[in-house]
Write a protein that binds this ligand. Structure first.
Ligand code: C2E
Ligand code: CA
Ligand code: CA
Ligand code: CA
Length: 279
């Protein structure tokens, strides 16, 4: 739209200029976010369908900027990826998550495997393997308690290299999940090559699931396919009782979504995972 700035003085609103400005602001603030301790980890429980208990959780990063307020990872992660800040942020997330797992182990807290999102940029260029080896040494955490969530974007450019990296991470004991499954272009092609433990079906397949028989057929087929490949299935974005019920009937392994829990701080997660049965 055009903003009237006085007679004959129209300034066109240009979303590109606007977003470039905001992006620059974000870059400046993000550079200091780790040292200013503005980043924190939230956790969204995943429900194990067999027990209907929260036994695992996905780590989701939160940034409360002193200057800009709360900024969602959907906005700042892509900016961090473009500007070389992602490796530092990624290291912060991984280190904090390992520290947390170590603390739980020491207190014999019955928790909880953590799933951690891995940026494609970090995965491809950041020597993620070395970083993880270092963290295992530092915190003596059992890697089988950690699931690394990668996306197709991570493997697209160089599938052979990706398979190699994933295989060596699995040899260390990490589990691998393929995130956002179904949103990429050639999922099936990658699927047959990748060593994965979990398939995470994207939430776009979940809305209307209870009414949309095509979506039901897709989800059912993907679950069968995953079973065939020896992978578990997590469905994310479960928002209603009907969806949850239907997905239980379809025999997926884990459910995640606002219907069960929203992302929450650590202390709250500890209460949730303390043997409480949901729904
Ligand atoms: P994602 O990995 O697909 O994470 C799931 C997102 O869906 C999260 O948004 C979560 O809060 C949201 N969500 C969970 N349940 C529901 C639901 O029932 N309905 C709806 N509508 N949404 C739901 P969030 O936390 O804003 O994160 C957005 C994205 O940012 C993530 O998508 C992930 O790609 C990225 N991200 C978040 N934390 C990290 C991180 O530590 N490292 C990296 N590299 N990326 C991260
Ligand atoms: Ca994820
Ligand atoms: Ca996802
Ligand atoms: Ca995503």
């Amino acid at each position: 739209y055009a903003k009237n700035q006085g007679r004959n003085n129209f300034q066109l609103y240009n979303p590109e200029v606007h977003s470039q400005k905001r992006e620059n602001l974000i870059i400046n603030e993000l550079k200091q976010a780790v040292s200013k301790e503005e980043l924190s980890l939230y956790f969204q429980p995943k429900i194990t369908v067999k027990s209907m208990q929260a036994e695992e959780a996905e780590v989701l990063l939160r940034w409360n900027s002193e200057k800009l307020g709360m900024i969602s990872p959907g906005e700042f992660i892509p900016i961090a990826e473009k500007n070389g800040l992602i490796v530092e942020i990624s290291e912060y997330v991984l280190r904090s998550a390992f520290k947390q797992l170590k603390e739980w182990e020491d207190t014999e807290f019955p928790i909880c495997c953590l799933a951690i999102n891995i940026s494609p940029v970090h995965f491809q260029y950041g020597n993620i393997y070395q970083m993880l080896v270092g963290l295992i040494e530092d915190y003596q955490v059992d890697p089988s308690k950690v699931e690394l969530e990668i996306t197709e974007t991570s493997v697209m450019k160089n599938i052979d290299q990706a398979v190699q990296t994933l295989e060596s991470l699995r040899e260390l004991g990490f589990r691998i999940a393929l995130d956002d499954f179904g949103t990429g272009l050639s999922s099936l092609n990658y699927l047959q090559q990748l060593p994965i433990d979990t398939l995470k079906i994207d939430r776009t397949f979940v809305n209307d699931l209870d009414q949309d028989t095509t979506k039901q057929a897709i989800v059912k087929t993907v679950i069968q396919l995953a079973n065939h490949l020896g992978a578990k299935v997590t469905v994310e974005g479960v928002e209603t009782k009907q969806q949850a019920h239907m997905l239980q009937l379809l025999h997926c392994d884990h459910l995640q979504g606002y219907y069960f829990y929203k992302p929450m701080p650590c202390r709250q997660l500890e209460k949730v995972c303390d043997g409480e049965k949901v729904h």
